[in-house]
Design a protein around this ligand. Structure first.
Ligand code: SF4
Length: 200
């Protein structure tokens, strides 16, 4: 029986060495590649080979979990894109290293855009940081799926350090209070804005 595995690199970037190793694994186990929202998928592998393939993944490449902080996509941001209003890499590194893979009641996706052109589709992520000329705008509760919704804008004009603190608070809050299968947008509807009275 055929199956697949989805791979994640640090905020969805893969080094050339990591990519070469993943290509070798796909060849070895007879698979092919697809790009999906959460990362790179190796498809068409035998179910019995999956665990062995995972055990041979290169350092820094992990498999994507279903329930938890399972996707963090950041564009290149200011300094690497002419349109960028905010740098994205420091914030993405911080969130990824601290929170990626944490168990939560349902999936938790994070998008970080350097400007409002929004190449990473951040507005349909559970947590979105979108760069403006005055700092990051924060939107929470976006999702795709059966009833796609844009996130609700909770804060504007955040510095990178304030954005880090906001991410910490939101993810801790979701991990603590989310009910089984409840996405962050539903938790926001149920409990209200956890950042409302917080001075970042
Ligand atoms: S979202 Fe803006 S800054 Fe980021 S890659 Fe797209 S155009 Fe560039």
């Amino acid at each position: 029986m055929k199956t697949s595995v989805i791979l994640h690199g640090l905020h969805n970037e893969f080094s050339l060495d990591q990519m070469k190793a993943c290509i070798s694994l796909a060849e070895k186990y007879g698979g092919s590649f697809r790009h999906v929202v959460t990362g790179i998928q190796i498809t068409g592998i035998e179910k019995d080979d999956k665990e062995q393939l995972i055990s041979e993944l290169p350092e820094g490449v992990t498999t994507v979990i279903h329930r938890g902080v399972n996707s963090l996509i950041a564009c290149v941001g200011k300094g690497k894109c002419k349109n960028g209003q905010m740098e994205t890499q420091d914030l993405a590194d911080y969130i990824e290293r601290k929170h990626y893979g944490r168990k939560t009641s349902h999936k938790c996706k994070i998008g970080i855009s350097g400007c409002g052109r929004n190449c990473p589709d951040a507005m349909v992520k559970d947590i979105a940081f979108i760069g403006t000329s005055q700092g990051f705008m924060l939107a929470v509760g976006g999702n795709t799926g059966m009833r796609p919704e844009a996130g609700q804008i909770l804060l504007r004009k955040l510095t990178i350090e304030q954005a880090k603190k906001a991410a910490d608070i939101l993810i801790d809050w979701y991990a603590e209070h989310g009910e089984p299968k409840e996405r962050m947008g539903k938790l926001l509807e149920r409990l209200g804005n956890p950042l409302e009275k917080i001075n970042l």
